[in-house]
Design a protein around this ligand. Sequence first.
Ligand SMILES: Cc1cc2nc3c(=O)[nH]c(=O)nc-3n(C[C@H](O)[C@H](O)[C@H](O)COP(=O)(O)OP(=O)(O)OC[C@H]3O[C@@H](n4cnc5c(N)ncnc54)[C@H](O)[C@@H]3O)c2cc1C
Length: 426
Amino acid sequence: MNRLTKRYNTIVVGVGGVGSATVYELAKRGKRVLGLERFDIPHDMGSSHGYTRIIRMPYYEHPSYVMLLKRSYELWRSIEQRAGEKLLHLTGSIDAGPADSWVFKGALQSALEYDLEHEVLTGRQINERFPGYKMPHETLGVFQPDGGFLVPERCIVSYVNAAIACGAEVHGRERVLDWEPLGSGVRVTTDRDVYEAESLVITAGAWNHSLLSILRGLLTPERQVLAWLQPTRPEYFAPTRFPVFNLLVDEGRYYGFPVFGVPGFKFGRYHHLEEAVDPETLDREPNLRDEQILREFAERYFPDGSGPTMSLKSCMFTNTPDGHFIIDKHPTYPQISFASPCSGHGFKFVSVLGEIMADLAERGETRHNIDLFKLERFTNTNGQHHPHLGDRGGHTAATTTAQPYASNTPHRLAAAAAPDAIRPFW
Ligand SMILES: Cc1cc2nc3c(=O)[nH]c(=O)nc-3n(C[C@H](O)[C@H](O)[C@H](O)COP(=O)(O)OP(=O)(O)OC[C@H]3O[C@@H](n4cnc5c(N)ncnc54)[C@H](O)[C@@H]3O)c2cc1C
């Protein structure tokens, strides 16, 4: 341990997606900032790896994400310019399902409410225009031209490079073990050193609840598997001819991308096999069952994209009870803020979340509307926090309240049954 404790304006725990953007945003504002990451930068142990992440505007999960997305696009373009590297690729997006499905209807509602350029296409029209697709004819989809994908590992590297250039300190392979309030500031203990700061931002992804006991019981890390299959008609799966998709079919809800980064058509199934996991012990090696489930989908809906397997990778969602993010200040220590934006759809927001988290660290408030994401929606009517929770996290790894993510779990029902609960989008 160093004899002189190092002091910062803000310490950011976790330099993955949101943490990297937050470190950059604070450094750009002239703050003395330290970013601490337990693994490499970037790495494939958390939620932000796998070469591509979808960005799409007509947000079927809830229309109030759309304003954040507008700012996200601006900020992605800005970091792209600074990095001198293409991070956001436009392909158009398709959100499709049966005519009465929440995916199709929600996307259409968002597109209409925010006056987004879009077209409603039948399954047949989708197949004609984008020949890699073989949609059932009864499918309806919203095609939106601003959709596309981000390159997550390069986004993180770009933010960290830019942050360091602005004076930030960033340490890889340094794990935060604990934090404690220190007057109006904080003291942070890692496996290498002790630091102090005026404010602390916790963006530890699937490990957030190991550092914040107020989140225990609310976050469920879940194993996901992605497949890349070699197309037999590669020309159909080029970024110029294949929009990213979110698709609700009999087998579940799936998402997919054109060929990029790996010589394969990439796709995955939301909530894959519904396996709640502890991130410390997660089996990261995909297996034959994972592959089979995914291959069956491709053979039915994207038959020209279902050639030999090129790659399989696992990753983690961090589910909240209603599927919406949790972004807030600590109820007892306002110098501490945190973001848990996963539930499988957070990367596209990383750029704007960097701005939001920097606002919370610097001023305790943000001009962005984050009401939908407040922790208090999960607290009881007396304003008390989740009953079994203390005020802060300890250094021991979370014992996850691992529950299978089936639709009848108490976890989901509790959120849905709360009188003024925000509508879950699962
Ligand atoms: C398979 C898959 C597909 C997805 N597809 C999409 C998509 O198409 N579009 C989309 O928008 N979103 C998508 N998502 C969701 C999106 O990727 C996540 O919401 C986002 O990456 C979460 O970012 P994060 O910063 O919260 O987590 P991470 O990027 O995982 O960052 C958390 C970081 O904290 C570090 N950390 C944890 N504990 C400590 C500690 N004690 N000390 C120091 N560091 C610590 C971790 O190592 C990690 O680097 C997908 C997710 C998965 C898993």
